[in-house]
Design a protein around this ligand. Structure first.
Ligand code: C2E
Ligand code: CA
Ligand code: CA
Length: 279
């Protein structure tokens, strides 16, 4: 028995050290990455559910490392957050997303919104609001084309400074979405205190909406509450017809998910979603 446990521990030990090693490797690769060469934004369409019109897209980062190949954001974003590399990564994302939405909305005479993910670490930067204002001004993008996605947990992290943050953001006239809504601490009180535009209902809830009655009730309650507070709702990770049908019945305003389209590179997005929506 001793022997067995010993083996188990050796196995766990080597697994752990491999994890730590990979994390270090990624951290190092990130530090030395040539952002322009290795990063790309992919775009996933967002549709209004009442009439199936394209209303915008979420920008999602992709990293092709020359030595490790594709590394997904689910793996490297948390590492970037721990090491503060997220500040530089986030700046690259913002610049690129602003450039792209300006190009598309002007080219196709649209008012599409671009969803940009913002990490808590970025928000915590002393000069975040001014930095953002300046980026928007320099880019020539209309503020209403921008939709910042902030996770529920980061919105909760320090309430007082958050109140200031949301007030300042509202003054710039950009849109604010609470990402992964329904999975975090869910203190509902801040929602009506802060100037938020949209709740993004978490995929974890959408996954079970057709199979679990309690989840259905929760999503229904979220949508009703949002309606009552004058907030929009968007469901993310919608994959199945049955889920879409339910969300339409519940009057969820917008839909994002594989059922309408996967995240794709800019040229594909333009071909598949923008050229078509104009013709
Ligand atoms: P998120 O913000 O919740 O983004 C949604 C994730 O769900 C994306 O994964 C997207 O590809 C995936 N997804 C969308 N629809 C479906 C669906 O119908 N089914 C399934 N199974 N998945 C779907 P992705 O691109 O791997 O990104 C993972 C996370 O990494 C994001 O979660 C976000 O937290 C973070 N992330 C991605 N890009 C950025 C970025 O530019 N900045 C920051 N700070 N975080 C980012
Ligand atoms: Ca998001
Ligand atoms: Ca999300």
């Amino acid at each position: 028995k001793k022997n067995y446990l010993g083996k188990r521990f050796a196995f766990f030990d080597s697994w752990l050290s491999k994890e730590i090693q990979r994390k270090h490797e990624i951290e190092l690769l990130l530090r030395h990455a040539d952002f322009k060469e290795e990063f790309k934004l992919y775009y996933q369409p967002q549709y209004r559910s009442s009439d199936n019109t394209l209303v915008g897209m979420e920008a999602l980062i992709r990293w092709n490392s020359p030595s490790k190949g594709f590394i997904f954001p689910g793996e490297f974003i948390p590492i970037a957050e721990e090491t503060s590399m997220i500040i530089r990564v986030g700046e690259w994302v913002l610049d690129e997303a602003l450039r792209q939405i300006k190009n598309w909305n002007e080219k196709y005479s649209q008012d599409l919104k671009i969803g940009i993910n913002i990490s808590p670490k970025q928000i915590d930067q002393e000069d975040f609001i001014n930095w953002l204002k300046q980026k928007i001004r320099k880019s020539g993008v209309k503020p209403e084309w921008i939709d910042l996605e902030i996770t529920e947990n980061s919105a909760m992290s320090s309430e007082t400074s958050m109140e200031e943050l949301f007030t300042s953001l509202a003054e710039i006239d950009i849109n604010i979405s609470i990402d992964d809504f329904g999975t975090g601490y869910s203190s509902l009180s801040y929602i009506k205190r802060f100037d938020i535009d949209r709740l993004k209902i978490a995929k974890e809830l959408i996954d079970n909406i057709a199979s679990d009655k309690n989840t259905l009730l929760i999503v229904k309650a979220i949508i009703m509450m949002a309606n009552g507070l004058g907030l929009k709702t968007i469901a993310e990770g919608v994959e199945e017809e049955e889920q879409l049908k339910i969300l339409k019945e519940l009057s969820c305003d917008e839909i994002q998910g594989y059922i309408y389209g996967h995240p794709v590179p800019a040229d594909v997005f333009e071909r598949e979603y923008l050229v078509k929506s104009v013709i």
